[in-house]
Design a protein around this ligand. Structure first.
Ligand SMILES: C[S@@+](CC[C@H](N)C(=O)[O-])C[C@H]1O[C@@H](n2cnc3c(N)ncnc32)[C@H](O)[C@@H]1O
Length: 276
């Protein structure tokens, strides 16, 4: 089955409900990982001191905070009230608003740059988000976004997804969803950004390392702190979930260095510029 128009509303409801519940757990489990590509993304977009930056799907505000650390002025936006509340609590001096990435509540040509960390893979119509980023950008402005790199053996997503494939049962209860790793493919990125009006498009891979002291921490992150992966794991029968946990733990143990487990979880970073 492929994702189609009739699947959009159920998918939005699933994501919205999921992020309202997972905001705190995502911050606890994933925040230190996803924040690693914030500065590289700002660099890719050429964001400098004084720039007005919109951080779409901001979550707890990591990229907005990184933008502020280099002297830019960020505004964070997220469709989850729980995420916005958390972001305001962590960074009280940054402005955070509730709003939809696919229908931005800003005038045309407002921002010098628009960024989105690990959000594209949660949108039912990512093309609309790219068009909206283009609309609110000033001429010459950059739209940069990160997604998780496609799953590979010995890396975070590859380890967990292959354990689910080997030990899980098919998840009949999950709503139809767009392909999760679509924008890890530079060809897909180029097609979408070109259609939205961007040029000078580039995609690079940024290495990120998840440092854990307990070999079950990565399984817990997927099991508690995400939306699609969490639903996938939570809908497994207990014995299947236990086998998945054991399989993930066994692979994580292979990645011990010193006292910690160092798990590679690369990100794919893309950028396009609004042609003046
Ligand atoms: C994986 S988290 C990423 C959070 C943060 N940007 C980061 O880099 O860690 C995905 C975020 O996208 C938000 N999100 C999902 N769909 C959205 C939409 N249509 N509009 C705005 N935010 C959305 C979720 O609420 C969640 O905060």
């Amino acid at each position: 089955m492929t994702f189609s128009t009739k699947d959009i509303e159920p998918f939005i409801a699933f994501e919205k409900n999921g992020w309202e519940k997972a905001a705190g757990a995502y911050h606890d489990h994933w925040g230190a990982l996803s924040a690693q590509s914030a500065l590289p993304m700002l660099d890719l977009a050429g964001i400098k001191q004084g720039a007005l930056v919109l951080d779409v799907a901001t979550g707890a505000g990591y990229i907005a905070a990184a933008a502020r650390s280099i002297g830019a002025t960020p505004i964070g936006l997220d469709f989850s009230g729980a995420q916005v509340e958390l972001a305001r609590k962590i960074y009280p001096d940054i402005e955070f608003l509730e709003g939809d990435a696919q229908d931005l509540p800003f005038d045309d040509q407002t921002f010098d740059s628009v960024v989105m960390g690990f959000g594209m893979n949660h949108l039912p119509e990512p093309e609309k988000a790219a068009q909206e980023a283009w609309r609110v950008l000033k001429p010459g402005g950059a739209f940069a976004f990160s997604v998780w790199a496609a799953p590979a053996a010995g890396e975070g997503f590859g380890i967990v997804l292959s354990a689910i494939e080997r030990h899980g049962v098919p998840n009949a209860k999950l709503p139809e969803a767009p392909p999760y790793f679509r924008f890890a493919d530079p060809i897909e990125v180029k097609a979408m950004l070109t259609a939205a009006g961007f040029g000078e498009i580039a995609t690079v891979v940024a290495s990120q390392v998840w440092r854990h002291s307990d070999p079950d921490e990565m399984f817990d992150a997927f099991n508690k702190g995400a939306v699609r992966a969490t639903a996938m794991l939570q809908s497994q029968p207990e014995n299947a979930r236990a086998k998945i946990r054991d399989a993930v733990r066994a692979e994580v143990r292979e990645l011990m260095k010193g006292e910690d487990y160092l798990i590679p979880v690369p990100a794919s970073l893309s950028v396009g510029f609004k042609q003046s």
